[in-house]
Design a protein around this ligand. Structure first.
Ligand code: DAH
Length: 358
């Protein structure tokens, strides 16, 4: 057997049993700059024409055979590796999930669900309205005319003027405009709550530029302050899951209610911590009152026929009081550790029978 045949046989045998890294070594040792086959090709130049005619094609055939074997073996090995990987990564989609869900429900969402549950039981529907509101729904219809000082108190984010110069748009400063939208759209009797985002240019430990409120509205015949007080008491007892909730209604002023009352809830200090219930101390939790006749009229209803009450309450504050957080800003930091600590399991749906916050 000639040297060429021997070399080819050796190379093909080596290729046949090499792994991917080994193949590269063989390629370099045979076809690289100073490889064995490359060396043979270089000898062609020094051969006589006759010798070149017989040996040349054999050397070229050798290079061809080696190249082909290298390519074939490499493709085979790569296919095998891919098949092995695919087989190893197969997922049985019919297996039950055994990884605990990593996400949690934000306390604000949880409290909104609790509110919807509590008020649904009292016959209230959930209403919504746009966060980008117009000046009429946010202020004017709520008896806050252009020159009213309450407008300045709201630290409103205004949008740039509309090209048509028509309605002035703003980020709603409270959920009260949903009262207006509901009264304009629906015929009484009305019983709604409207939870949602609200915006004011304000930021410290208890204020963030975006925060959450819930609005409540009842419009019917013969509605009195007594209905308001009972509703709020029933709501707060269910929310805080305690029967010893005591409310105090203080006369106050809101342009959209007459009379108006701020509502304080009693609390006691236990082990240096605030515990809702009892009446040692008082804390303001919401604003409320009998809907102003001008507001009812602005929505196209006859205030001699229809009366009602309304209330507005900060949801973030409700969450803080019930679940013990003390810095509002942390609600919106998106810190995964905070969310893990204060968040709720995805399937922890509040129910009255289960205890609302259970
Ligand atoms: N809109 C008021 C605020 O943001 C809260 C409020 C007070 C709403 C009294 C009401 C109400 O419906 O009757 O401060």
């Amino acid at each position: 057997m000639s040297d060429l045949d021997q070399l080819q046989r050796d190379l093909l045998a080596a290729i046949g049993s090499a792994d991917l890294a080994g193949l590269e070594d063989i390629r370099v040792s045979a076809l690289g700059k100073s490889g064995s086959v490359t060396g043979l090709l270089k000898t062609l130049g020094g051969m006589s024409p006759e010798e070149r005619q017989t040996t040349g094609p054999r050397i070229h055939a050798l290079r061809e055979a080696v190249t082909e074997a290298l390519t074939g073996r490499k493709a085979g090995l790569e296919r095998e590796a891919l098949d092995a990987r695919l087989a190893g990564e197969t997922l049985d989609m019919t297996l039950p999930v055994d990884v605990p869900a990593a996400g949690t429900v934000h306390p604000v969402s949880q409290v909104m669900d609790e509110l919807a549950e509590i008020f649904a039981d009292l016959g209230f529907a959930v209403a919504t309205g746009p966060e980008i509101e117009d000046d009429w729904h946010n202020f004017t219809a709520l008896n806050i005319p252009e020159s009213h000082p309450a407008r300045a108190m709201h630290d409103t984010f205004y949008l740039p003027d509309q090209p048509d110069g028509e309605r002035k748009m703003l980020l709603r400063t409270h959920t009260s405009p949903v009262q207006i939208r509901t009264m304009v759209d629906q015929q009484p009797p009305i019983r709604i709550i409207a939870p949602g985002r609200t915006y004011r240019s304000d930021s410290d430990a208890t204020h963030t530029p975006m925060f959450h409120q819930v609005e409540g509205l009842v419009i019917d015949k013969g509605i009195t302050l007594g209905h308001l007080k009972w509703t709020l008491e029933t709501f707060l007892k269910a929310y805080f899951e305690r029967d010893d909730i005591v409310l105090r209604l203080r006369p106050s002023y809101f342009p959209f209610t007459e009379p108006s009352a701020e509502v304080d809830v009693g609390y006691t200090i236990q082990n240096g911590k605030r515990a809702i219930g009892g009446s040692d101390h008082w804390m303001e939790v919401l604003g409320s009152g009998m809907v102003h006749p001008k507001v009812i009229a602005a929505c196209g209803l006859d205030p001699d026929e229809w009366q009602g009450f309304a209330f507005g309450c900060g949801i973030d504050r409700l969450a803080m009081l019930k679940y013990g957080m003390d810095d509002l800003r942390a609600f919106f930091d998106g810190d995964i550790r905070w969310l893990k600590h204060y968040g709720f399991a995805a399937l922890d749906v509040p129910t009255l029978s289960g205890g609302v916050g259970a």
